[in-house]
Design a protein around this ligand. Structure first.
Ligand SMILES: C[S@@+](CC[C@H](N)C(=O)[O-])C[C@H]1O[C@@H](n2cnc3c(N)ncnc32)[C@H](O)[C@@H]1O
Length: 247
């Protein structure tokens, strides 16, 4: 039986996350601030605040949800981090109070929901927390089967120095659209494992989940500078709008 839970990834990487992924795209902050329209924003999987903190610095009221106490501890230790309201829990359930102009989930984090049923539930719950005309923004990779060999595995060194090798090892199950991975960090006499499991979703599948939730695809870009999306795009920034009043 798997012991992998919504908090597993965050609890394992919290101490290293900011060393690995400190950078953010300033255009992302520009677009998210613009989409909030002077209202309120909610980030699903707020983590250590890589995105939320620069957004707050732009004057946006940001709330967050996360399952990992250790990730949020890192956020709260940063200047301004303790003032951001964070709800602990699974973002499939979006158990927060109030409505938002913008709900967003970046950096492939939507795929942390490991079944289609959870992903559908997340869309529905997001829609229930969006103001009319509010938007749900997803940044994620476009699935690319060429990454995997015929056995469904991939091994990729991501960093090699004189005393360290970092290696991403993945196993793909095309039937469930699940990818179970480990980041291995090998140093002299020590091997550390950082598990990450995802379920990717195809673009048409995301759009259908949105439709089931009463949301409509308004725009799709291949990057935060509104670069056009086409068949070669490796990632997408999708903006779904709440247009119907079903409540
Ligand atoms: C890749 S990190 C992204 C953090 C931040 N959004 C960023 O861009 O740097 C994913 C975050 O989502 C959280 N997370 C993953 N699955 C979750 C779930 N089902 N419910 C709530 N949080 C979850 C993790 O704890 C982690 O903090």
């Amino acid at each position: 039986m798997s012991t992998y839970q919504p908090e597993t990834y965050g609890e394992s990487v919290a101490g290293l996350y900011d060393d690995w992924y400190a950078d953010y795209d300033a255009s992302m902050i520009d677009m998210l601030a613009e989409l909030t329209r002077d209202g309120r924003a909610l980030e699903l999987g707020i983590g250590t605040g890589r995105v939320a903190l620069p957004l707050v610095a732009r004057g946006v009221e940001v709330h967050g949800i996360d399952a990992s106490p250790k990730m949020v501890e890192r956020l709260r230790a940063k200047p301004g981090g303790a003032q951001i309201p964070v709800t602990f829990g699974d973002f499939a359930d979006v158990a927060v109070v109030g409505d938002f102009d913008l709900v967003f989930i970046v950096f492939n984090t939507f795929f942390a929901l490991l079944t289609q049923a959870e992903q559908v539930r997340c869309f529905r719950n997001v829609a229930a927390h969006l103001k009319l005309g509010g938007v749900f923004v997803i940044e994620a990779f476009v699935p690319d089967m060429r990454r995997f060999d015929r056995s469904g595995t991939t091994n990729q060194p991501t960093r090699i120095t004189e005393d360290t090798v970092e290696l991403d090892v993945s196993q793909h199950d095309a039937a469930t659209q699940r990818v179970n991975s480990q980041k291995l960090v090998l140093t002299n006499g020590q091997v550390r494992l950082y598990p990450i499991q995802i379920r990717y979703a195809w673009l048409a599948e995301l759009d259908l989940m949105a439709q089931l939730a009463g949301l409509r695809l308004r725009e799709r870009w291949s990057g935060w500078r509104r670069e056009p999306f086409n068949a070669q795009s490796g990632k997408h920034v999708s903006i779904y709008e709440r247009t119907v009043n079903e409540r």
